[in-house]
Design a protein around this ligand. Structure first.
Ligand code: 13P
Length: 312
């Protein structure tokens, strides 16, 4: 494996490529990346890099977002089949029809969407900035929020808004077992429950801290003396454990699993071997229809501008 790691590093240098990885990637991919981050950070790094090649170790919509922001760069993904159940829960034609039926509504879309959905969106959000971006609109603003019904309901609850929600969800975050988290809490009464807002509201009710992957990591780093039950994709435990080596992190279990942790099968499609092959062959490459990219770039740029103003 060390030969493969060295070969990736060598190719990366030769080709002046930037490797970005989401926290849900396998640990060995996170370790070799130039930057590891949440969805917002990945978009921010893509937007500012001067590297001619970006390798997005994440899922397809993350590569698309990078391509839309950097149309002149080559954006590669190690495995083109790395999709997203949440993005799939929002077909662009159906969403466009929904938007057309509510012409007086501002459209806020989660970053976990295809470029075609972003093309009919006013502003994109991630879990890091969703609350602040929603609150940047007047209280009476009519808003469509898609596609994650759990994140949308959570934002509605904490802001007192009544946004119209698209009925989509992430198959990983929907799977956490309330019963198993309650059992863990009984076993470890001192444990702090960290949960991603894509989880169902019954899980969020059990949580002490609700936040994006970056926010949950930040909380743990600030309080390493505590013990944690973590209700988000278990890849985040790699960075948590790296930053807090003496802290106990327990992955919250899904309803049915033998290993007790909750992994995204799409995120796990990327491997070191596929990363090597994709750097070597410069394929698979993300492409986005330029007419769609031209429309999709505006709401993404708007998100980046608002986030910069908010210091996110
Ligand atoms: P964040 O990266 O914003 O925490 O969201 C996680 C996610 O949904 C990745 O697909």
């Amino acid at each position: 494996m060390s030969d493969l790691i060295e070969a990736i590093k060598q190719l990366k240098k030769e080709k002046n490529a930037l490797i970005l990885a989401h926290y849900y990637q396998q640990g060995e991919i996170q370790d070799i990346a130039d930057y590891v981050g949440d969805s917002l950070a990945l978009a921010q790094w893509a937007a500012k890099t001067e590297a001619p090649i970006i390798v997005m170790c994440g899922v397809h919509f993350m590569g698309e977002t990078a391509k839309v922001l950097c149309p002149d760069k080559k954006v590669l993904v190690p495995d083109m089949a790395a999709g997203c159940s949440l993005a799939d829960s929002c077909p662009a034609d159906e969403f466009a029809r929904f938007v057309a039926e509510h012409p007086d509504h501002t459209v806020i879309s989660y970053v976990n969407t295809t470029a075609a959905v972003k093309a009919v969106t006013d502003v994109v959000v991630t879990s890091t900035n969703a609350r602040q971006i929603v609150e940047s609109f007047p209280k009476e603003e009519k808003i469509i929020f898609g596609p994650d019904r759990n994140l949308g309901s959570y934002i509605n609850a904490i802001t007192g808004r009544e946004m119209l929600l698209w009925n989509g969800a992430c198959h990983v975050h929907e799977q956490f077992s309330v019963e198993k988290i309650v059992e863990l809490k009984q076993q470890y009464p001192d444990a702090v429950v960290l949960a991603h807002p894509e989880c169902k509201s019954v899980v969020l009710k059990l949580a002490d801290v609700v936040g994006s992957t970056a926010a949950l990591l930040k909380y743990a780093v600030a309080h390493p003396e505590k013990r944690y039950i973590v209700a988000t994709e278990s890849g985040i435990l790699h960075e948590m454990q790296k930053k807090c080596p003496d802290t106990t992190f327990i992955p919250a279990p899904p309803n049915d699993s033998t290993c007790g942790c909750n992994e995204c099968n799409f995120m796990r499609l990327n491997t070191l071997q596929k990363l090597y092959d994709c750097l070597k062959n410069e394929t698979p490459e993300i492409t986005v229809d330029p007419a769609i990219a031209e429309k999709a770039v505006r709401p993404i740029q708007r998100m980046l501008e608002i986030s910069a103003k908010l210091g996110l």
